[in-house]
Design a protein around this ligand. Structure first.
Ligand SMILES: Cc1cc2nc3c(=O)[nH]c(=O)nc-3n(C[C@H](O)[C@H](O)[C@H](O)COP(=O)(O)OP(=O)(O)OC[C@H]3O[C@@H](n4cnc5c(N)ncnc54)[C@H](O)[C@@H]3O)c2cc1C
Length: 476
């Protein structure tokens, strides 16, 4: 039995990991040079409660169960996760009515612990919230995580359990004969397979078309963000939502797992072809500031260290397309707009362990090990733990990224685990993610990458060979 998963974002990574529990040859194809560089890289990183989703949707079916799985999943995979809770804030009578509707909807979806808190209760917990707030819907199960680490950790664990990872290998065709999947074709070869999972994010419609299917139809919906430095960390403890709009959950203010504060996202529909349009715009960022200050007037833009944008894979139905299809052996985990990150573990479990295991008669392997250890994070260790680590490997005593206190030892370990570029190191260690955004550590990381990989610095890219960082020596 051979199964191909297309797309190494959070969704494909978790599905591939579940499939390695079975006696099957599992292949994961990713067109990018690394894991988690699609939609999974740029989003709000919230593990949603599930009260935003209309009860008759696939989103609602998988959101609260996915949320409930996050604690265990992140413990197994050593991924940061904090259940910080969330408020939806109401600023008038009409919005208060919306909170009551969201509470009822959440309860119907099985979201635990929803309560409406008074203005005083909200301000006691979140003193920087706009004092004009009328009330807040409190959702204690909402959490925050590091989305790309979910994907990286799931793939590392799956590889340890036998997954074959094919990076920088774009799927260009799917062979279907007599209504059944036969093979996956990539730029590098043809792979006969018994089943395919389409988890290709923004490009899942193209993969579906290759199999002769018309669903899903996708278009990008851009969300722009502003990231504030750790100096802003006292601003909010929980995720703050406004009352939602038709199109999105609105512009939020929330803590990040590494101590920063995130503002955004906007929600702007783009033409179907604009799938690389991750630039920010003056108008979008203006809206982010306006929306964030409505919730927290004291947002200080002098603490902004980065702006970025992500693209949601939206479909006209605004819902996930998951499960088997009319093409035998072709499964979808597509149109994964928000809350796709939250729903991903529940979808992975359902699709792999219920649907595919039964349809493909998969039998369990005895040897599956669910545990993956992350790279030690010196910034999070006690002095005694750090000293212990340095005793074992002195490279953990040499700080390279001073903003986030990342050491040479962590960078070398990231390279050992597969980082081949500056971004590969950044997303595995947070080096270059801090206040200076790599201004002071890029050259040092570049040299470590070159040394460890045995290449010239000119051969070390930002992302992949199409994005070189240095052109050559100024002096021979
Ligand atoms: C602005 C924004 C905010 C969001 N906020 C949240 C949130 O707070 N909480 C939440 O739960 N969800 C949120 N989401 C949704 C969440 O980010 C997505 O549902 C999730 O990341 C989707 O993961 P994925 O694996 O399906 O897609 P991706 O991460 O895009 O993975 C798909 C992969 O497939 C690869 N691929 C594509 N075509 C091919 C091909 N032909 N061959 C090989 N590989 C291919 C891509 O390179 C990509 O890496 C948000 C999304 C956005 C954009």
């Amino acid at each position: 039995m051979r199964i191909a998963v297309i797309g190494a974002g959070a969704v494909g990574a978790l599905i591939a990991r579940e499939l390695t529990r079975y006696e099957a040859d599992v292949l994961l194809f990713e067109r990018e040079a690394d894991v988690g560089w699609g939609v999974t890289k740029a989003n709000s990183a919230i593990v949603h409660g599930g009260f935003h989703e209309a009860p008759d949707t696939v989103r609602a079916r998988f959101c609260a169960p996915g949320n409930a799985m996050y604690e265990g999943l992140c413990r197994e995979l050593d991924v940061p996760f904090r259940r910080v809770g969330a408020y939806v804030l109401a600023f008038g009578e009409e919005e208060l009515a919306v909170l009551r509707e969201l509470q009822a909807q959440g309860e119907e979806n099985g979201v635990p612990g929803l309560e409406i808190h008074s203005r005083e209760e909200v301000l006691a917990r979140e003193p920087h919230v706009n004092p004009e707030v009328r009330a807040g819907l409190w959702s204690p199960t909402v959490g925050i995580t590091e989305p790309w680490t979910v994907a990286i950790a799931a793939v590392e664990n799956a590889v340890a359990n036998g997954l074959k990872l094919h990076l920088a290998e774009e799927v260009t065709g799917i062979e279907v004969r007599a209504g059944r999947v036969q093979a996956v074709v990539t730029g590098k070869g043809r792979y006969p397979v018994d089943a395919v999972v389409n988890a290709a994010g923004l490009f899942a419609d193209r993969i579906a078309e290759m199999a002769g299917l018309k669903e899903p139809v996708l278009f990008p919906r851009r969300g722009e963000y502003i990231l504030l430095d750790k100096a802003a960390s006292g601003l909010v403890r929980s995720v703050l939502f406004p009352a939602p709009t038709e199109k999105s959950k609105g512009i939020l203010v929330l803590p990040t797992v590494d101590g920063g504060v995130l503002l955004g996202p906007t929600a702007e529909d783009l033409p179907r072809g604009a799938r690389e349009a991750v630039e920010t715009t003056p108008e979008g960022l203006r809206r982010v500031v306006e929306g964030a200050r409505r919730l927290v007037p004291g947002v200080d833009l002098s603490q902004a260290i980065k702006t970025f944008a992500g693209l949601r894979p939206e479909s006209p139905q605004e819902d996930f397309v998951v499960g088997p299809t009319v093409v035998k052996g072709f499964y979808q985990a597509a149109a994964m707009r928000s809350p796709g990150l939250t729903a991903a573990p529940a979808i992975a479990k359902w699709l792999a362990c219920e649907v595919m295991a039964s349809e493909l008669s998969l039998s369990r392997r005895g040897s599956f090990n669910p545990i993956r250890k992350g790279i030690p994070r010196v910034a999070e260790l006690s002095e005694a733990e750090w000293e212990e680590l340095i005793r074992k490997d002195p490279r953990y005593g040499r700080i390279v990224c001073f903003c986030n206190r990342v050491t040479e030892g962590e960078i070398v370990e990231a390279i050992r685990r597969g980082a081949r570029s500056l971004d590969g190191v950044k997303f595995r260690t947070r080096a270059g993610f801090g206040r200076c955004q790599g201004g002071f550590c890029t050259d040092r990381i570049l040299q470590i990458l070159a040394r460890e990989l045995g290449v010239e610095p000119e051969e070390v890219p930002l992302r992949d060979p199409s994005s070189p960082l240095v052109m050559g020596k100024v002096r021979p």
